[in-house]
Design a protein around this ligand. Structure first.
Ligand SMILES: Nc1nc2c(ncn2[C@@H]2O[C@H](COP(=O)(O)OP(=O)(O)O)[C@@H](O)[C@H]2O)c(=O)[nH]1
Ligand SMILES: [Mg+2]
Length: 132
């Protein structure tokens, strides 16, 4: 199915100069970037994005990390793009993320794990409307 997903290079990915590598992998897979923006999101926006995690113990640390820092948000379109990019991103835990995935190759921290990708069609629609 032709879908759209929200992908975000987190502040650690931007600081480490991984924006180009991430875009390269997305394009090499054959997906199309249909919107892209460099942003410094305020707390309110980041809290809304991670609303599902608001009762988790790591919520404050996560929001602190993303807020008022440069991130690159993009909308990516393609066949089954939501699932395929989640697979290319890899597990959130760098100790588990497989080599060859973005997190497996570049992440070394559970909070600072380089990249976000929507996990379902409903989430993708919600996140795209929040960020774009
Ligand atoms: N410090 C910490 N951060 C976490 C933990 N679980 C998730 N996170 C962070 O919160 C983000 C969202 O979590 P989740 O939706 O479960 O993972 P994702 O969809 O793969 O990004 C992750 O990418 C991490 O940055 C945790 O147990 N500890
Ligand atoms: Mg998630």
């Amino acid at each position: 199915m032709l879908e759209k997903t929200y992908i975000m290079v987190k502040p650690d990915g931007v600081k480490r100069g991984l924006v180009g590598e991430i875009i390269r992998r997305i394009e090499a897979k054959g997906y199309k970037i249909v919107d892209l923006r460099l942003m410094r999101p305020n707390r309110e926006l980041v809290e809304k994005h991670y609303d599902v995690h608001k009762d988790k113990p790591f919520f404050g640390e996560l929001v602190d990390f993303i807020s008022d820092s440069e991130v690159v948000g993009m909308v990516v379109e393609g066949e089954d793009v939501i699932t395929v990019l989640r697979n290319m991103i890899g597990d959130k835990n760098p100790a588990i993320a497989a080599s060859g995935t973005i997190r497996g190759d570049y992440a070394n921290s559970l909070t600072k794990n380089i990249i976000h990708g929507s996990d379902s069609a409903e989430t993708a629609e919600r996140e795209i409307s929040i960020w774009f």
